[in-house]
Design a protein around this ligand. Structure first.
Ligand SMILES: [Fe+2]
Length: 197
């Protein structure tokens, strides 16, 4: 992986840190962050192979970068053919940018009795598309690979260290189970070697 390719992710996390330094509202984070994430995923030449590997068991969640103050994290999500997440929430803002393949996101809402219902039509994300989630605008969804014969990869940005956030997955009847996702990688991309110019 050349430094030019690492440059895309390095500049992205630098720009995101600068955005958060300016004390923006969540609406500003989602609007400006979406634009910046769209720029990052316009090119599919920068994600190292180690962070694109599917697992036959379940979808993979690779940490690419975590802010030193855990204000944000950047993750590659890799779905093998036909894989999907459980219904889950995030509890922090999030941006989802489609890099490769396609995915389907179905939102859910809870009724006053706590039961879950599908909300709206499923949304299909194609390469270049960006979607936002937040506790303020609908935070419960299920995401699936749109393909049963190929891997799909999306790049996610969250307003916290998402692998450590105490959140929940949900059964069909709305029962909430505590969930801390963790990450599937032991090592992160080295975006800081600037020796090659
Ligand atoms: Fe999600």
């Amino acid at each position: 992986m050349s430094d030019v390719q690492h440059q895309r992710l390095r500049e992205f996390v630098g720009d995101l840190a600068a955005l958060l330094d300016s004390q923006p509202s969540e609406a500003e984070i989602l609007a400006l962050g979406s634009q910046r994430l769209a720029q990052l995923i316009r090119h599919d030449d920068w994600l190292e192979e180690a962070f694109t590997r599917p697992s036959p068991q379940r979808y993979q969640q690779y940490l690419l970068y975590a802010d030193a103050r855990q204000r944000f994290s950047v993750v590659s999500f890799v779905w093998g053919p036909g894989q999907s997440t459980p219904v889950h929430d995030h509890r922090v803002w999030g941006l989802i940018g489609m890099l490769r393949g396609a995915e389907i996101s179905q939102n859910f809402r809870r009724d006053p009795l706590g039961h879950l219902h599908e909300q709206g039509e499923p949304v299909r994300l194609n390469p270049g598309d960006v979607e936002a989630v937040s506790p303020n605008m609908g935070d419960i969804h299920r995401v699936s690979n749109a393909f049963d014969n190929q891997t799909s990869i999306s790049i996610h940005v969250y307003g916290g260290n998402i692998g450590a956030v105490k959140r929940a997955v949900y059964t069909e009847d709305g029962h909430e189970k505590p969930f801390i996702s963790g990450y599937n990688n032991a090592f992160l991309p080295n975006i800081w070697d600037l020796s090659h110019g």
